[in-house]
Design a protein around this ligand. Structure first.
Ligand code: ADP
Ligand code: MG
Length: 308
């Protein structure tokens, strides 16, 4: 199948209801931001051998590729709008693989109200890579940034931490446990939470590289320090502490808010049916300290994931 029939058959249906895609029949898409909004734009690429093995269900690979981008939109407080898909596929990619891949995109699009707006399709001598650019919108000036944390703010995380890293470990050991493995394979972008936090959080980001490393990014951007209490970190089981502190791929949100927002945040937690847990506070200085339940400092050697 040539590139043009491939686009017509598999990708046009995913773009059909997004007018700006021009039905993938022109050179580029045309997008106007919703009234009084700014566009929030993010890109995340995943490649075979690094982010996925290749033997997974193609629907799951597609879902993960789109979901990690949605998680970045969530972290900015954005409402999903559309996405662009660059696909680099080996020449021998089967029709079945593509059909399942497109199925995974379709399901994810529907779940998170986002539409395909364009992309590029090329063959590669190497392994599969998938690059997605996602676009969302946020009322002008209301995007959640990493840089707004203030001394005295509470530090919150959504959901539970360390599940995905544990899931990956189990996958690698070929052990079974659907709950943890799914937490790794299928991140849950916290879109509704991000949107609800627009007027409430002083800073936010998504945790993709481990709690300690990612909180470090908020501290650097906000020019503050932090203390977190390890016994307050929400985990699925109690053995998970180090994984929760440094394990990647959680895609939960970490955010800060002044103490007077506590009640509003409890209400958001109830209405979204999602735990939002205070794990520590923003401090002055630049250091990030992790304390155990006896207030002794825990040294973290393994800070989180880094590619290089
Ligand atoms: P060009 O010759 O400029 O590379 P293409 O043939 O790649 O143009 O693209 C034609 C149209 O198809 C464009 O609207 C482009 O956005 C869309 N398109 C190509 N590949 C994809 C894809 N993988 N997903 C979504 N849209 C795509
Ligand atoms: Mg092109």
């Amino acid at each position: 199948m040539d590139e043009f029939s491939l686009i017509a058959k598999y990708f046009k249906p995913l773009a059909a209801s997004f007018a700006g895609s021009l039905n993938l029949s022109d050179d580029a898409a045309i997008i106007s931001p919703p009234e009084n909004c700014e566009l929030v734009i993010t890109k995340d690429a995943i490649s075979q051998g690094i982010h996925f093995i290749g033997s997974e269900d193609p629907a799951l690979i597609a879902a993960k590729a789109l979901r990690v981008n949605l998680s970045d939109l969530a972290a900015m407080g954005a409402t999903p709008l559309c996405y662009f898909l660059a696909l680099m596929l080996p020449k021998n990619t089967s029709k079945e693989w593509l059909e399942k891949f497109v199925g995974g995109l379709k399901e994810t699009q529907e779940k998170f109200s986002i539409k395909l707006a364009g992309g590029d399709t090329t063959s590669t001598e190497g392994r599969i890579s998938i690059s997605i650019t996602a676009i969302g919108s946020v009322p002008t000036g209301k995007a959640l940034r990493r840089s707004g944390a203030k001394i005295g703010d509470d530090i919150y995380v959504s959901g539970t931490l360390g599940d995905a890293a544990l899931g990956l470990e189990l996958l690698q050991k070929e052990e079974e446990n659907d709950f943890f493995i799914n937490r790794y394979l299928l991140p849950q972008p916290r879109i509704d939470l991000g949107m609800a936090l627009r007027e409430i959080a002083s800073s936010a980001m998504d945790i993709s590289d481990g709690l300690v490393q990612d909180l470090g990014h908020i501290c650097t951007a906000s020019n503050v320090g932090a203390v977190i209490y390890s016994d307050k970190i929400p985990t699925t089981n109690n053995q998970q502490l180090i994984t929760a502190l440094s394990g990647g791929d959680d895609y939960e949100l970490i955010f800060t808010a002044p103490p007077d927002k506590k009640q509003a945040i409890e209400q958001i937690s109830t209405s979204l049916n999602l735990p939002l847990t205070i794990i520590g506070n923003i401090t002055n200085g630049k250091s990030l300290t992790v304390l155990d339940k006896n207030n002794n400092i825990i040294q973290i050697d393994k800070k989180g994931f880094s590619h290089f």
